[in-house]
Design a protein around this ligand. Structure first.
Ligand code: BDP
Length: 320
């Protein structure tokens, strides 16, 4: 009897020690009050409550740990535990995810989430997992349109313009096909690039257009809505393994719940941002005849259809 007790005690001690408190570093590019930031706070709060303080996520906002390509490098090197990433730079690390960067893949967020919350999302989550990313939730990356310093009302107005894009192959190619010059810049440098006349246009969703202050410098919005894509809240597989099975369930559930919270906040913010931009003097031009743009982007669309990895996914989404 005595013997059994002694053999059990060290095991219990070891288990509770191995799974005692952990603090993870959580990367975020956005400022306080932004829907992504609020959702990450919500996530961290839920985790802390549900794990009774055993698991903590320390949130680093405003890309203070580095811009997104840097964060993805850090993530891969295990120098960062978790982050909320957009698809472009993520696709550089995990090429299969690139399918989600195709312009005009999803019509709107509803169309996107009906796929991402279903079979397509599952497939991509599996691919990300193989690359060391455990997906905790799919956030809304919104709908991106161009905005410029000078009026832009047709695809022709983009020709010859220096257009900022993030580090995303599909976006670079898209700008080239539209006759513009892609200028790859970190998100936080775009404001100064407009000010210093290094770019003429950029492209983003309404909340980012507003929160970054780009709306003050580039008032002409051309509503192409060329890119509707999700963003992902992920944790590294190695950090994930530090959690007990019970805490993994709690963290996963907190991630899923925070994504639902984020999507709600997002919808409200899109409208308040649009109103703020209008008040600031922004002018919105509709896309007009989409076939002109589609024709120019034809080679990019073909590329997606020729890549056997993405073929079935692209067909699946486009046929809905
Ligand atoms: C914002 C995304 C962010 C991107 C940024 C960009 O939320 O993840 O890094 O655009 O354009 O809308 O770089």
């Amino acid at each position: 009897m005595k013997k059994t007790m002694w053999s059990v005690v060290p095991l219990v001690l070891w288990c509770s020690q191995a799974w005692s408190q952990v603090e993870f570093r959580l990367w975020n590019i956005h400022p306080e009050g932004y829907p992504v930031t609020e959702a990450l706070e919500n996530f961290a709060g839920r985790v802390q409550t549900q794990t009774q303080g055993r698991v903590k996520f320390k949130l680093f906002n405003n890309a203070v740990l580095g811009d997104q390509p840097k964060a993805i490098q850090m993530f891969k090197a295990g120098e960062l535990d978790a982050g909320e990433f957009s698809i472009g730079p993520l696709a550089d690390a995990v090429p299969e995810v690139n399918v989600l960067s195709r312009p005009f893949l999803f019509r709107d967020s509803k169309h996107m989430f009906s796929n991402i919350d279903g079979a397509l999302g599952k497939r991509i989550e599996e691919k990300l997992l193989k690359a060391g990313y455990v997906v905790l939730g799919w956030y809304d990356g919104g709908s991106r349109s161009f905005y410029c310093v000078k009026p832009v009302r047709t695809p022709k107005d983009l020709v010859g313009q220096r257009i900022r894009v993030g580090q995303a192959k599909a976006a670079i190619k898209m700008v080239e096909l539209l006759g513009g010059t892609p200028v790859v810049l970190p998100f936080k440098d775009v404001y100064d690039a407009f000010k210093d006349d290094k770019i003429d246009c950029a492209e983003n969703n309404m909340p980012s257009y507003e929160s970054t202050g780009h709306m003050k410098l580039a008032k002409y919005v051309y509503l192409t809505n060329h890119n509707v894509a999700p963003e992902v809240l992920a944790i590294t597989a190695s950090s994930w393994k530090k959690l007990s099975p019970q805490d993994q369930v709690a963290v996963m559930e907190a991630g899923r719940q925070s994504a639902l919270f984020m999507r709600e906040r997002w919808n409200a913010r899109v409208e308040t941002s649009r109103q703020a931009a209008l008040k600031q003097g922004s002018q919105f031009a509709p896309m007009g005849d989409a076939s002109v743009l589609f024709k120019r982007l034809g080679p990019l669309f073909n590329e997606y259809l020729q890549k056997s990895d993405y073929q079935s996914e692209v067909f699946m989404v486009l046929s809905q």
